[in-house]
Design a protein around this ligand. Sequence first.
Ligand SMILES: [Zn+2]
Length: 110
Amino acid sequence: MTDYDHDFYNPTPEPARAVIRAVPHPAELNPRGFSITCTGCGARRDWLLLAVHDQIFVRCRCAHEWREPDLTRADFDEHYTEPEHEWDDFDTAMRALAFDGMMAGAIWNE
Ligand SMILES: [Zn+2]
């Protein structure tokens, strides 16, 4: 069994570089009326939303990520304002955003 149930890391080849947009979402997400829970660590909030073409992925602080079919581009655009950063590759971006698993289990006091 793998953590990855999608082909995010093996996208179909295409001429243009894939544009990945990312936006942090510190609060809970409940597109179906109940909160999304990370199956990796049980977290219920503090997500990174990723938009790849028309698909929306949710990534947890523990680095678990999955495609969330209940989230649409419209949902994403609602949270997304404008590009703040650009990274050369996905791994660099995840490290910069602290979503590479190093912060797994971190408790944020507000
Ligand atoms: Zn998690």
